[in-house]
Design a protein around this ligand. Sequence first.
Ligand SMILES: [Mg+2]
Ligand SMILES: [Zn+2]
Length: 183
Amino acid sequence: MKKRKAVFLDRDGTLVVHIPFLSSPEQLRLLPNAVEGIRLFKKSGYAIIIVTNQSGVARGYFNEAQLTIVHNKLLTMLEWEGICIDDIYYCPHHLEGVVEEYRRVCDCRKPKPKMLLDAARYHDIDLTKSLMIGDSECDVLAGKNAGCTSVLIRDTARNDLSITPTSADYIVENLLEAAKLFT
Ligand SMILES: [Mg+2]
Ligand SMILES: [Zn+2]
């Protein structure tokens, strides 16, 4: 059977408003145009897979159970919009964490590609036909390291970005603009 194509989506600053170490479902706010963008991708046959670094677990700001509550709420919010997300992968680790079991250098924290590679194996995805979309260079590099096309969402509120170099294949304002490029 033919492998699927996928959009790997960063969570904070890409799908939802970035709140540092977001730990409660009440803090979730979908970014403008995100739903419309994902809808276009789904219509074009892309699997949608969220890949997110959540070092707040290692740092002791929240635990995996709380993170799961946040993610279940996020999935519900998207279901209300008629969108089914195929999977969520997260990295709970960090070298400077305070929670022993998560304090380490791991293979999953972006820019490493393990979350994308694991998802590709499990969901039978062709990485060369897939996109990694995110608002930071570690997303771009994770995409490149996995063999995907990389798309950087530029946060126009941050004024340093005009001078920040990026190796992204494409730069867009938001998810909808990305979807219009690839659907
Ligand atoms: Mg981000
Ligand atoms: Zn990790």
